[in-house]
Design a protein. Structure first.
Length: 421
């Protein structure tokens, strides 16, 4: 019997930490799952103790390399998606060419520039040397090797095709990196435009409007309502800028905290999928990611229910996660794969029809791969269309705001000119 430290999520979405005693890691997982808990991290007490010792602030910043030279650790030491893909590709080639696993991992650890990643590979190597399987060794480091990585590695070890499945994993990771970049692009562009609009309006209210306001005050004339409103906004911004900035910072951190709560995340995720223009893009990205993940895992021999669990956990959207888990539950009750997909609005009829055909012909993994290829192009086109729509829309909005302020400032001038005339 051994003790395991765990981090889990309960049915309401709350994160829980604790300790469980079990005969092995799989038994601990089963015991937690039977309690309705979703395992996010499960490590032996020895791994936890090691991690705690390494977490000392000074030793995390200053350390000695293998040659005994003092070094400084700056920034994140976790591998990027591309670095993980490169590691997996090189590992696959080494295994394919007959290089022993322990030797391969040591060579890969030696060439890593990020210290934490190199140390993790060395720990995996030592665990295998002590009798652990590759899957169990990787599973202890979920921040680097996620559930999909571990599941496909397990399938590769069980089938004796580890090198082949690692190659499939590389393809998936590279596609996932491209998809992640597309999501960032889709989300970032509107934000940048809004920030530019706020910056332009702020400059006008802080530097331009006060000049006109002084002239109007000196003339003593009665101001139109919209002019008085703009001047009041300018005075508020100039005189209370500290309070405004403090309020914005407080609102930012408040919203950030709320977004991490189950209710907040669910609300935001629902809005993202229903938002005009952006919602269509995010839905297509979600469908493409689902089909890509399922195709990769099923072709590697991962069981469909386990694959759906991993799809749900890696979806990044609570509404999609709930939908995928519902699909899993229906399939576990004896439903076909296509039937529960048709119960929601996420998947279009074309995808459901293709899935039904693939399921009936026994080529579901290949069918999902073809759907993925279709949606790769669909996502590219959707993002391009969104950019082409948002750009002129934002120009009109910014122009309208600036025009409103300009007109508000010139109305008294036109009024005065008419009086004098």
């Amino acid at each position: 019997m051994g003790k395991f430290q765990y981090r889990v999520k309960n049915r309401s979405g709350k994160i829980l930490n604790g300790e469980i005693t079990a005969s092995d890691k799989n038994a601990a997982k089963v015991a937690l799952a039977n309690k309705g808990l979703k395992v996010m991290r499960l490590v032996t007490q020895e791994d936890t103790t090691t991690g705690t010792a390494n977490s000392n602030f000074i030793t995390r910043i200053f350390f000695k390399d293998k040659n005994g030279n003092m070094q400084i650790r700056l920034g994140s030491q976790l591998p990027t998606t591309r670095e993980l893909a490169l590691f997996t590709k090189q590992f696959s080639l080494m295994i394919e060419n007959g290089i022993p696993m322990l030797q391969s991992l040591q060579m890969l650890a030696d060439q890593q520039r990020k210290i934490d990643f190199a140390e993790t590979i060395e720990k995996v190597n030592r665990a295998i040397e002590s009798g652990s399987t590759l899957t169990d060794a990787l599973e202890a480091y979920p921040l680097i090797f996620d559930q999909l990585f571990v599941a496909m590695t397990r399938a590769g070890e069980a089938s004796g095709r580890l090198d082949v499945i690692l190659k499939q994993l590389v393809t998936y990771i590279e596609k996932a990196a491209k998809l992640k970049a597309q999501v960032k692009s889709a989300m970032a562009y509107p934000v940048i435009i809004i920030l530019v609009a706020i910056g332009v309006v702020t400059l006008l209210l802080v530097f331009v409007v006060p000049t006109f306001a002084k002239q109007f005050t000196d003339s003593g004339q009665e101001l139109p309502a919209i002019t008085a409103m703009v001047i009041d906004m300018s005075n508020l911004l100039v005189n209370r800028w500290k309070e405004i900035i403090a309020g914005m910072i407080g609102s930012f951190f408040g919203l950030r905290w709320w977004a991490k709560t189950p209710a907040g995340k669910s609300t935001i995720d629902t809005y993202i999928l229903k938002a005009p223009i952006l919602g269509d893009v995010m839905t297509k990205i979600a469908v493409g990611r689902f089909c890509s993940t399922m195709s990769t895992m099923m072709s590697s021999g991962v069981a469909i229910l386990e694959a759906l669990n991993i799809c749900a956990a890696s979806s990044g959207n609570t509404r999609i996660e709930e939908f995928v888990l519902n699909v899993r539950d229906e399939i576990s009750k004896g439903s076909t794969f296509a039937e529960p997909l048709a119960n929601g609005t996420l998947f279009p009829k074309m995808v459901i029809s293709m899935v039904a055909v693939g399921e009936s012909t026994g080529t579901l993994d290949e069918t999902l791969r073809k759907v993925t290829d279709i949606y790769d192009e669909e996502v590219d086109n959707a993002i391009a269309a969104m950019m082409s729509m948002i750009e002129p829309l934002m120009i009109v909005v910014i122009g309208g705001i600036v025009g409103f302020i300009v007109i508000a400032m010139y109305l008294p001038i036109f009024s005065l000119a008419g009086t004098l005339g």
